[in-house]
Design a protein. Structure first.
Ligand code: ADP
Ligand code: MG
Length: 351
């Protein structure tokens, strides 16, 4: 009888600190109650056979991993990378089941990668700590899938703990778990506008930040002081820099607001972050702007912002804990106005 192991990993929502991770800045994501589960059954011979409830069936031979541009790249890229590091694996059946919506900005990709790496760790007795798993997951996306993602998603997913957010300094990779007080709750609503991280916008912003850092003579935008002169930088890049510098400051303030259970202050920071992403970083879209406005019109909501890479995707709002079905009300208004379906992803529908 083949031994079967099963591991899981959560999705995540980024509370604040958007487009700061590839600038060596600060981020504050939180694990979600939605998870990806991966079961592995080792076999004596044959291929890697994968069954995903969200995507169907795929297979490949160990040692012959090829980039296909399909979802199987996340699995094949992982076994490819482990072999490159000198790890011996064997044939297996992989079964993936997920509650994390794919491509909604809740990091289904990192969730799948971390759950798979955890299952591999157990099935093949690998010694990998949680931070190493996060770094491997990032490397798979960067080098095999071809998505230039930062370290935030895999770290958030690999190191999340229930009831807390994760403050990460993406330069040193040091992190701190910040307990969420019971006076605060979070609502996440997907706008129904699909985003593509591997599309042009995200990579273009990264390139703009690199160019701005070069012009300013710093290693990364993390090193730009709040009052630094930006005269050497053209207007558009100046706004990109302004977003990154102000967003880093907001993450530090948000950490304090959570520690002091100051939900109204956290809400203000969310609103400021959204305005900065909309006007300076230009990664929002009109539908998402409208969803934020509708959320902020609700008395139970302290503030809201776009979350994730942008160009569509979801919003996150900080609300009173007893806010009941405020998410459903916001979604219904949005649907009436835009004729688009909005999904309330947090709190998760149960039953
Ligand atoms: P996000 O990580 O925000 O959900 P991405 O575009 O980074 O969005 O990743 C989504 C992709 O990850 C999917 O299109 C698919 O290729 C892959 N993926 C994630 N979860 C699964 C799953 N359970 N089964 C198969 N593929 C998955
Ligand atoms: Mg992803």
């Amino acid at each position: 009888m083949a031994e079967r192991v099963e591991e899981s990993a959560p999705g995540r929502v980024n509370l604040i600190g958007e487009h700061t991770d590839y600038n060596e800045g600060f981020v504050l994501p939180m694990g979600l109650p939605l998870r990806t589960t991966v079961a592995i059954e080792r076999r004596n011979s044959g291929d890697v056979e994968i069954e995903s409830d969200a995507r169907g069936h795929a297979s490949y031979r160990l040692g012959e991993e090829q980039r296909t541009g399909e979802w199987v790249d996340y699995v094949a890229g992982t076994t490819w990378l482990l072999r490159e590091r000198g790890t011996t694996l064997g044939p297996m059946r992989v079964r993936v089941t997920t509650e994390v919506p794919l491509g909604s900005g809740l990091s289904s990709s990192a969730s799948l990668l971390v759950a798979f790496l955890r299952a591999l760790r157990r099935a093949f007795e690998l010694s990998l700590d949680d931070l190493t798993i996060a770094r491997l997951a990032q490397e798979v996306e960067n080098r095999f899938v071809g998505a230039r993602v930062g370290i935030m998603d895999p770290m958030a997913v690999s190191l999340a703990a229930p009831g807390s957010a994760l403050f990460i300094d993406t330069r040193s990779l040091t992190f701190e778990r910040i307990a969420i007080p019971d006076t605060m709750a979070f609502v996440v609503i997907d706008s129904g506008v699909a985003h593509r991280l591997s599309g042009g916008g995200y990579n273009q912003r990264r390139a703009e930040c690199e160019e701005a850092a070069r012009l300013l003579g710093v290693a990364s935008l993390r090193d730009v002081a709040a009052d630094a002169s930006l005269d050497a930088v053209p207007e558009v890049l100046r706004r990109r820099v302004r977003h990154v510098v102000s967003e880093n400051a907001r993450v530090l303030e948000a950490r304090e607001a959570i520690q002091q259970a100051d939900a109204p202050r956290l809400g203000q920071l969310f609103s400021l972050s959204h305005a900065s992403l909309r006007d300076d970083y230009e990664v929002s879209v009109p539908e998402v702007d409208r969803l934020v406005e509708l959320a902020e019109a609700e008395p139970e909501i302290h503030g809201a912002r776009i979350t994730g890479g942008g160009f569509g995707g979801a919003i996150v709002a900080v609300s009173r804990p007893e806010s009941g079905d405020v998410g459903a009300r916001i979604a219904a208004r949005y649907e009436r106005e835009t004729q688009r379906h909005a999904d309330v992803l947090l709190p998760p529908a149960r039953g």
